[in-house]
Design a binder for this molecule. Structure first.
Ligand code: CP
Ligand code: NVA
Length: 307
């Protein structure tokens, strides 16, 4: 029987068992317990980028190389997509050349369309709605730091954006408690919150929404933030900064207010002095560079699973 292709467009599509499997595989890859150096031999990953990237691009490209495969950087504007070729035709044509497609695009709908016409697996490398590969690798970073996922409390402070959405889904699938503090006008999408609440019923996670960061961070093991101005939001920059600052900036005082040892996480790139202070970024509580490194190990686990 032909293998049914799988895509990774959102964490909602993964079972808790699949997430755990990816986390534990990542651990084995990082520690060198399993050898994946030939797992992508002869395979090519096409990487479509409609927006800039440092970590996603480099970690996928290096992962493919270190596993014996190859990755192609395909900038949206350098493809015929940039001149109006349809997503449908692009998906069908690329599927004749490559073994998998990773795409960073503005619209989640474009990804869904791409995946529906591609005969090879499609991986979401960030969209307006989600950033699943980031959060999968963050779950591994939390596992690495605490030795467990169930019962850990994360406080997410800032914009209810793509990263917050994937965090909601990832945490609620594996039993992590998540408290989000966002301004009233920048809450996460209601449908995503509803989905997370549903997953939480099975996993035992507590999902809480606040406006006040001080309330959300009480008892948190991790404080997580992201930019207040995501790619695509640049025109709203002034209005956003007025709303978010200074209340939602992660400072040492906010971290100390949790009442316990609390790590700081950020998907990066950080806008030092906006959503987080230099002092926090450079402190011993910051695990942001482990997070960035772990993208590489998790991409290998994801590629191995899907391709
Ligand atoms: N965190 C993340 O996805 O970083 P890049 O935008 O650099 O890929
Ligand atoms: N929320 C950010 C994440 C960058 C990795 C953005 O979409 O720009």
């Amino acid at each position: 029987m032909a293998k049914v292709k799988r895509d990774l467009l959102t964490i909602a599509d993964l079972t808790p068992e699949e997430i755990w499997d990816l986390v534990l595989t990542t651990d084995k890859i990082k520690k060198g317990v399993i050898d994946v150096s030939r797992d992508m031999e002869g395979k090519v990953l096409g990487m479509i980028f409609q927006k800039p990237s440092t970590r996603t691009r480099v970690s996928f490209e290096v992962a493919m190389l270190q596993m014996g495969g190859h990755a192609l950087y395909l900038g949206w504007q350098t493809l015929q997509l940039g001149r109006g070729e349809s997503i449908k035709d692009t998906a069908r044509v690329l599927s004749r050349y490559v073994d998998g497609i990773m795409a960073r695009v503005y619209s989640q709908n474009d990804l869904v369309e791409l995946a529906s016409y591609a005969s090879v697996p499609v991986i979401n490398g960030l969209s307006d709605m989600y950033h699943p590969v980031q959060i999968l690798s963050d779950l591994y970073t939390i596992y690495e730091a605490f030795g467990k996922l169930y019962g850990i409390k994360i406080a997410y402070v800032g914009d209810g954006n793509n990263v917050a959405h994937s965090l909601l889904l990832g945490a609620s699938k594996v039993g992590i408690d998540l408290a989000l503090a966002t301004p009233r006008d920048y809450k996460p999408d209601e449908k995503v919150v509803e989905m997370a609440m549903e997953f939480a019923e099975t996993s035992g996670s507590r999902i809480e929404l606040y406006e006040d960061p001080l309330e959300a961070v009480k008892g948190a093991d991790v404080i997580y933030t992201d930019t207040f101005v995501s790619m695509g939001d640049e025109a709203e920059r002034d209005r956003r900064l007025k709303t978010f600052l200074p209340k939602y900036r992660v400072t040492m005082d906010l971290i100390k207010s949790t009442g316990k040892k609390t790590y700081f996480m950020h998907c990066l790139p950080a806008h030092r002095g906006e959503e987080v202070t230099d002092e926090v970024m450079d402190s011993g509580l910051s695990i942001v560079y482990d997070q960035a490194e772990n993208r590489l190990h998790m991409q290998k686990a994801v590629l191995r699973w899907l391709l």
